[in-house]
Design a protein around this ligand. Structure first.
Ligand SMILES: [Zn+2]
Length: 385
């Protein structure tokens, strides 16, 4: 899997375990569950697992080894994507192993179909290569086992066989032609070589959703796992469409184009009652809060922040008691899409805009402004095309 900036699950719950090609490799907390769950599954199952191994300690040792090797292979798959992406000058910020597999967080893949195609295919190609390599080792071990009768060889060769099988499955699974799988990107790249990027995304998303629905219907009768994957794919496809629409529509649009520069400041020593009076007059959504003694911005306050203050406390509670103090700001010359990304990453509705040259507050940009512009710009784009 490859993830551009947007999907990035808040990675605070991850621990870095090392660095390869200058890319931090991290493990997400959900991975601990995998370390317990997978060995149990492998120890009870016979296709990839070791239920046939008589010695119980050996059975669990093999199951745990397979789990660790499996995720090592997933990391290699992500490194495959990353290696090719680096060749296109894309920065890879991290590779994180989570319960579903791996996520390579990279800056946006340029809208170049050839680059996207190569980057997307690189991961599955690595999985296929490992699969074939393990299959060859397996065959060699089989031959040796026939020549020399050693007790260990059958178990080790079964481990190698499982690794071959799982990597071929990883190869096939990731090439399902639906977002967020690599196959979804391959399909989009194929379409994008023939039509505009946004239309190509819509086509690929449509195909992905169809596949998810078919999988879901099968899943209803066959397996809850399939149903779960179908749901995961459906949501991923919709997200990709929404994000692509936003980023294509907002291309070239700067934060300064969308921000409100008419900003009303309030003092942190104001009471909630006084603040309400300002709000009635100005009718803004959000107000930067300053410390009157220094003039510095110390927080942001919105109507939602004072709703929880009881009526009879309005003239006692101060703005500084209810304001949000984690101010997140962006420069006025930044891309509008980055503002949207920052807001969804921090789960906030407004950003303080600072002038690049002045370093002072230049305005406020809100989520609703961005969403509206996407709608309006997207509408006029459709009229023109
Ligand atoms: Zn991948």
């Amino acid at each position: 899997m490859v993830a551009a900036n947007k999907k990035v699950i808040q990675m605070k719950t991850s621990v870095q375990i090392g660095k390869v090609m200058g890319i931090p490799i991290k493990i997400h907390i959900s991975f601990l569950l995998v370390l317990i769950l997978f060995p149990i599954i492998f120890s009870r199952e016979s296709v990839t697992g070791f239920v046939d191994v008589e010695s119980v300690p050996l059975r669990y040792a093999l199951s745990l080894s397979l789990t660790v090797l499996l995720f090592f292979c997933v990391a290699l798959h992500e490194l495959g994507h990353s290696w090719v992406a680096k060749g296109y000058g894309i920065t890879i910020r991290s590779i994180t192993l989570i319960i579903f597999g791996g996520i390579a967080a990279m800056d946006d893949i340029p809208r170049d179909p050839d680059a996207e195609l190569r980057i997307s295919l690189a991961g599955p190609a690595v999985s296929l290569m490992i699969g074939v390599f393990c299959a060859i080792i397996y065959l060699i071990l089989q031959n040796i086992a026939q020549a020399v009768q050693t007790a260990m060889i059958p178990d080790v060769s079964h481990l190698i066989w499982s690794l071959a099988f799982i990597n071929v499955m990883l190869f096939a699974f990731n090439l399902i032609p639906a977002f967020p799988m690599d196959g979804g990107r391959v399909v989009r790249a194929w379409y994008a070589q023939r039509m505009p990027y946004l239309r190509a995304t819509r086509k690929a998303v449509h195909l992905g959703k169809m596949i998810a629905i078919i999988m879901g219907v099968f899943g209803l009768f066959a397996s809850p796992w399939l149903l779960f994957i179908a749901f995961f794919i459906y949501v991923g496809a919709s997200e990709e469409e929404a994000f692509t629409k936003a980023s294509v529509t907002l291309e070239g649009v700067k934060v300064s184009d969308l921000m409100t520069s008419d900003v009303a400041f309030v003092g942190d020593n104001m009471t909630v009652l006084e603040l309400l009076q300002v709000m009635f007059g100005k009718k803004h959504h959000v107000y930067p809060v300053t410390d009157p003694s220094t003039g510095e911005v110390v927080g942001m306050v919105a109507f939602a922040d004072i709703q929880s203050v009881p009526m009879d406390k309005h003239n006692v509670v101060l703005v500084r008691d209810v304001m949000a103090t984690d101010i997140i700001s962006i420069f006025d010359d930044a891309d509008a899409i980055d503002a949207l990304r920052m807001m969804s990453m921090h789960k906030i509705r407004h950003l303080l805009v600072k002038g690049r040259i002045t370093g002072r507050v230049a305005g406020i940009v809100s989520r609703i402004d961005l969403i509206r512009s996407i709608e309006v710009l997207g509408y006029s784009e459709r009229q023109n095309s």
